[in-house]
Write a protein that binds this ligand. Structure first.
Ligand code: NDP
Length: 250
């Protein structure tokens, strides 16, 4: 498939995990990909270029509005004005609510939710001008509530509200805005969670697999495939939705 030929896609948090898999998939289908991360996502870009596709690496901390603005301007100069934004950068700082520090609350809200606000607000100017845009943001199954993740759950529920509202405001400009809400995906983020509870990544995945209807955890590429669908014209009449990608878990 070549669903993204002629399109410029910005992917945040593209150095690893779901962001890297998404950057690879969009580029494989023809997009010129701007891979953003707080440390240069060079490995992702090298992989894309080695496969004969187009990508460039940018250092961008999504919590820093000025950095987001200047990187988007640079992307427009280097690759062209962005058509697609994937708000993927995310962190966790888990703790039980009674001792959740204000620093951990602010850090998680600022990357997962304010970062998406910064990128979407900068991106929509380009998208409105060209009367074309796709914004896909990473929510999470945790938006429904998850022990030890009050900060993360609030941020990821916030993504769903932001998505529903941007779909209303940007729809008249032919901009589709959607979210994906993964369940447990095998990445560095979930490996760190395993570590915190004293398990290996494999042991932790096994416990999650046992309570997941499909009997296993997800892989980054399985989320990237759904993100790519929502970022494509195949999903042209889908907007304001959050699609759960969680192996059937309730
Ligand atoms: P990873 O931790 O593997 O990757 C996240 C990337 O985002 C890292 O490269 C990280 O850099 C980067 N990042 C963090 N903060 C910033 C910032 N301020 N500016 C730019 N980049 C930043 O996570 P996943 O691939 O697992 O997760 C990707 C997204 O999917 C996240 O939004 C996450 O919340 C969401 N998600 C993941 C699930 C899972 O099970 N894995 C489930 C549900 C949702 P660094 O390494 O330097 O921190």
């Amino acid at each position: 498939m070549n669903r993204f030929t002629g399109k410029v896609a910005v992917v945040t948090g593209a150095a690893q995990g779901i962001g890297a898999a998404t950057a690879v998939q969009l580029a494989a289908e023809g997009a010129a990909v701007a891979a953003l991360d707080r440390n240069a996502p060079d490995k992702t870009v090298e992989q894309i270029i080695a496969a004969g596709a187009t990508a460039r690496s940018y250092v961008c901390d999504v919590t820093d509005r000025a950095s987001v603005q200047s990187v988007f301007d640079q992307v427009a100069t280097d690759l062209g004005q962005p058509h697609i934004l994937i708000n993927n950068a995310g962190i966790t700082r888990d703790d039980m609510f009674f001792r959740l520090s204000e620093d951990d609350w602010n850090a998680v809200l600022s990357v997962n939710l304010t970062g998406a606000y910064h990128c979407a607000q900068v991106a929509q100017k380009f998208m409105v001008a060209q009367r074309y845009g796709k914004i896909v943001s990473l929510s999470s199954r945790s938006a429904l509530g998850n022990r030890g993740q009050a900060n993360y759950a609030a941020a990821k529920a916030g993504i769903q509200g932001l998505t529903a509202t941007l779909a209303i405001e940007l729809g008249p400009y032919n901009i589709n805005v959607n979210a994906v809400a993964p369940g447990y995906i095998a990445t560095a983020m979930t490996a760190a969670t395993a570590n915190r509870v004293g398990l290996t990544a494999e042991e932790h995945q096994q416990t999650v697999a046992e309570r997941t209807p499909l009997g296993r955890v997800g892989q980054p590429e399985e989320v990237a495939a759904v993100i790519a669908f929502l970022a494509s014209d195949e999903a042209s009449y889908v907007s304001g939705q959050t699609l759960y990608v969680n192996g059937g878990a309730r």
